[in-house]
Every structure is written in structure tokens, then in C-alpha cells.
Design a protein around this ligand. Structure first.
Ligand SMILES: C[S@@+](CC[C@H](N)C(=O)[O-])C[C@H]1O[C@@H](n2cnc3c(N)ncnc32)[C@H](O)[C@@H]1O
Length: 339
């Protein structure tokens, strides 16, 4: 075989290797670097603290040494090598948490193995790999409660300050944060507008985490967290139904259902406040962004929707725009009422 063909063959094998990323993610999940740095540096002891089988962990450790993430001394003890240092929990990059298979991102990225499903159907790959969509999976799997708790400490982002500051909350008494996640946004809203009361609605695990965050913020007398799904009719009783960073995860038909349920719960005179995000893909169509574009589409059906597209979704859900708010590069604010 000519050398060039051999090189291409080897290169293709290297490009398509699934085992190496899995081994490194397993190491991150087991916190091997942290254990080793803490002095638990021999296979048997590591197997005991990580709850793994010594014979199999030995293979994993030797492979990590072969990949130069660990170094192995002649007496069989391991040390963290420079390439493995970012896997320490103390590393400011936070990469261990991102790679951990118990973590929210790590779980999501595992589903990229079936990006073909997205290319064939336009749908995210998660359900094809795990049997349930990402949020269903995270919310009904007790393994992810800790990861969600960690998330609850994240500050609000993606220009969510325009929701708190760019809307006239003085006329509103109560708000349901639909898909309110960890409660960070609702807490910020209630702190900034002391006359407001709130309700966080989310799937099971998230609603429980959100409820604890509300209580820890000392706001249990002004807000509650309830378990519910925006694919079912929503509880009535608040003036505003807020949807922040929700629709990107759903295709048009699903997004219309969510908006319709919010409108029905708000009822005549009530408001649906759509605070949708727009994920920035610098220049779609270029070779450089193609990987990122596919990543986004494999994890969410609609990472980029224009304000006009959002307005059309609202109209299809029986709503009409009653106020057009600020638009930033990553967020827009639209108020709807029943048409
Ligand atoms: C991208 S997060 C948005 C969180 C938050 N609103 C924000 O602005 O950061 C999507 C949220 O929708 C929730 N969610 C997903 N499916 C849901 C459903 N069927 N009913 C209610 N909430 C759902 C998820 O649990 C998650 O908290």
C-alpha cells in the first residue's frame, strides 16, 4: 500500500476514534486526577475510592498514561502529568465538570455520537441515543440533581437583564416563569421588583432545585415552584407568563404549542412575555463554523430565530404582539396577548 494511502487510513482511524474521548470523559467523571493529586495513586486504592473494578481500572489508567494525561512510575503509582492537570477540579477552566458524564454538558455531548440522526431528521440527537429528549432525561434521572444544584448558583446571563430592567413590571402583580430552571431569573425579578409575586414552573428535578433556591433566597413567601409541563395546559392565575430561553430547544410546531398554552393560561388581558435567545453563529455557511452549526443543531432545533419569526410563531398560537421590547445580539423581548 502506498505510504500516502496508509497515512490517510491512519488519519481517518485517528479522526474516528471513539474510545479515547470516552476514556478521558470516564477519567473526568471518576475524578481520577483529583484522587491521584490527593495521594490515592495506586490502582487498588483508586478502584476502591471510585467504586470500579481494579482489573478494568488498571487498563483505563495505563491508557491515560499512554495518552500522557498521567505518568506511571516503576512501582506502579500514578501522578497527574501536565496534560492531565486541567482535569483537576481546581483548574479554572472547569473542564472536568464539562466533560463529566454526570454533568449537564457531558451528558448532552455524549448524544453527539448520533449526529447522523440530526442530519436525517433535523431533530436533536439526544432522544435517539438516550430514549428521551435532553430535558426529559435530565429531569427524570436522579443522577443529575447534583449537577442541577450546581447550575443553580450560576448568575443570569445571555442579556437576561433586559427582562428585569427593560419591561414595565410596575403594572404586573404576578408572573409565572415557565421553564424557570434554577430560579435565578425569578429571584432577580422579585428582588428588583419588591411588589411582584412569582411562580416557577418546570419539570420535576429542576422544579425541586428551583424551589430550594427560592427558599434559600428568603423568597418563599413571595414565590413557589411547581412541577408541570408546558406541553400540557398550564396553571392559570398570574398576570404574566414569561418564557426565557425556551423556544430554541423546540421546533416550530412544539414552540407554537408552548406559546398557545401560555396564552390560554394568561387568558384575556393577561400577557405572554417572550424573552428568547439567539445563539450567535458568526458567519453561517463558512467552513470554519460548520462544526459549531452542527453542534448547535444536534443539541437544539432552533438556535437562531429572528424577531419576525418569533412574531409569526406567536400569531400561529393565537396571540398578537402587544409590545416590542429591546433586541440585543443574543436576546429579544416581545409581549403578546390573546388575539
Ligand atoms: C434552556 S433552559 C431555560 C432556563 C431559564 N428559563 C433561563 O432563562 O435560563 C430550559 C428549561 O426548560 C425546562 N423544560 C424543558 N422541558 C419542559 C417542559 N416540558 N415543561 C416545563 N419546563 C420544561 C428545562 O427543565 C429547563 O429548565
Amino acid at each position: 500500500m502506498p505510504t500516502t494511502t496508509l497515512n490517510h487510513h491512519e488519519r481517518l482511524r485517528a479522526l474516528t476514534d471513539l474510545l479515547t474521548p470516552s476514556i478521558i470523559r470516564a477519567a473526568a467523571t471518576l475524578r481520577l486526577a483529583d484522587h491521584i493529586a490527593a495521594g490515592v495513586n495506586r490502582t487498588d486504592a483508586l478502584a476502591e475510592v471510585t467504586g470500579t473494578i481494579p482489573e478494568l481500572l488498571d487498563m483505563l489508567l495505563r491508557r491515560l498514561a499512554g495518552l500522557e494525561l498521567l505518568s506511571r512510575a516503576e512501582d506502579g503509582s500514578y501522578a497527574v502529568a501536565p496534560l492531565g492537570e486541567p482535569l483537576l477540579d481546581t483548574d479554572p477552566s472547569g473542564i472536568r465538570g464539562l466533560l463529566s458524564m454526570d454533568g449537564l454538558f457531558g451528558r448532552q455531548e455524549l448524544a453527539l455520537v448520533n449526529v447522523l440522526h440530526t442530519v436525517r431528521t433535523g431533530q436533536p440527537s439526544h432522544a435517539a441515543v438516550f430514549g428521551a429528549g435532553y430535558w426529559e432525561d435530565i429531569n427524570h434521572n436522579p443522577e443529575f440533581v447534583d449537577a442541577l444544584e450546581l447550575n443553580a448558583h450560576n448568575p443570569i446571563g445571555w442579556d437576561a437583564s433586559i427582562i428585569v430592567e427593560g419591561y414595565d413590571w410596575s403594572q404586573v402583580r404576578s408572573v409565572t416563569d415557565v421553564g424557570g430552571h434554577s430560579g435565578a431569573l425569578l429571584i432577580e425579578l422579585l428582588r428588583s421588583h419588591p411588589h411582584l409575586t412569582g411562580r416557577l414552573l418546570d419539570l420535576k428535578n429542576v422544579a425541586e432545585v428551583g424551589g430550594r433556591a427560592i427558599a434559600a433566597a428568603g423568597l418563599a413567601d413571595r414565590a413557589e415552584a411547581v412541577v408541570g409541563s408546558f406541553f400540557e395546559p398550564l396553571p392559570t392565575g398570574t398576570d404574566v407568563y414569561l418564557l426565557s430561553a425556551i423556544l430554541a430547544d423546540w421546533d416550530d410546531e412544539q414552540a407554537i404549542t408552548i406559546l398557545r398554552h401560555c396564552g390560554e393560561a394568561a387568558g384575556p388581558g393577561g400577557k405572554v412575555l417572550l424573552a428568547e435567545v439567539n445563539l450567535p453563529v458568526a458567519e453561517t455557511g463558512s467552513l470554519e463554523t460548520a462544526g459549531f452549526e452542527l453542534y448547535l443543531r444536534a443539541t437544539m432545533p432552533a438556535p437562531v430565530r429572528s424577531v419576525e419569526q418569533l412574531e409569526r410563531l406567536g400569531e400561529a398560537a393565537g396571540l398578537r404582539v402587544s409590545w416590542r421590547g429591546p433586541v440585543t445580539p443574543v436576546r429579544s423581548l416581545l409581549e403578546f396577548t390573546l388575539a
